[in-house]
Design a binder for this molecule. Sequence first.
Ligand SMILES: Cc1cc2nc3c(=O)[nH]c(=O)nc-3n(C[C@H](O)[C@H](O)[C@H](O)COP(=O)(O)OP(=O)(O)OC[C@H]3O[C@@H](n4cnc5c(N)ncnc54)[C@H](O)[C@@H]3O)c2cc1C
Length: 298
Amino acid sequence: MASTVLIRDVLKQSRARQQPVISFEFFPPKSEDGERAFFDEVLPQLVALKPHFCSVTYGAGGSTRDKTLAIVERIQRQHGLPAMAHLTCVGSSVAQLRQIVQQAEQKGILNILALRGDPPMGTGGFAPMPDGFRHAWQLVRLLREMGDFSIGVAGFPEGHPECPGGKRADWDFLIQKIRAGADLVITQLFFDNADFWEFWEYLTQHGVQVPVIPGILPILGLQQVLKLTRLCQARIPSSLQRRLEELAGDEEGSIEFGIEYATRQCEELLRNGVPALHFYTLNRVRSTRQILTNLRLI
Ligand SMILES: Cc1cc2nc3c(=O)[nH]c(=O)nc-3n(C[C@H](O)[C@H](O)[C@H](O)COP(=O)(O)OP(=O)(O)OC[C@H]3O[C@@H](n4cnc5c(N)ncnc54)[C@H](O)[C@@H]3O)c2cc1C
């Protein structure tokens, strides 16, 4: 088996060369046809853009457990692209999490995004298993104990919506995850860079040195943004909402606008020194490719 490249090393090498790292996020397709289309059409086109790494989500409630690992393993094997498996605490005891981590290691998967996770829609709030973890930092600690993994965690520039103490209290919990052993942070999507800068400044002032990677959503249209922000509670700036409402029903215009919006967002982030960009590709090619072309990163 080829040795697995650790994403923390990819980030370190690119930082030394002052090159931004580009990563793509995928979700496991639901059907066999979807999976075929993903591997035969979508993935080769996205790999051709030469991202430095990618990540594969873990379905709500742990619903894609086996698929996530299988897809990560196949991407690494077929394309030699370092890939990170998302892993959540939902619906798994600590013993089961240990087993999944062992399976991952056997498949040569050493890059893991350690998450608490969300339960499936409509099943109420997060409830830990009686013998499971309540928070992501516990999963980070388990991974650190179990092997030499490169561990990512989620960060929330607007604060995590459930945190009763507000965004700074949530950012302190993020710092706890980093102290438990995380070596990179990937953020929730956000539409106003001012939110990211405030978050970044807070972390920097509190001694965080691991790379903090902004998560970028290429907007496809009003309905998509409303649906995603209902789930993750990210704020839609009023000027953005107005523009998307004007474009409602104009699919082409909305996609072009989304490309332009993300390009401007990324330009400003890169100008001010972010080490990397993480694209929520939604298993689509066009917008991500055009944004990277606009940024002259391909
Ligand atoms: C980049 C990214 C990728 C994602 N991928 C997936 C995925 O593949 N599958 C999926 O199901 N979900 C995914 N999510 C969503 C994520 O699982 C949810 O947002 C979840 O609600 C929080 O996960 P977390 O890892 O941040 O949890 P935690 O860090 O445990 O935080 C959860 C809540 O608990 C609070 N908290 C944290 N530590 C403590 C503590 N010690 N004491 C008290 N309160 C605390 C936090 O402030 C927060 O409100 C992703 C999110 C991001 C940003």
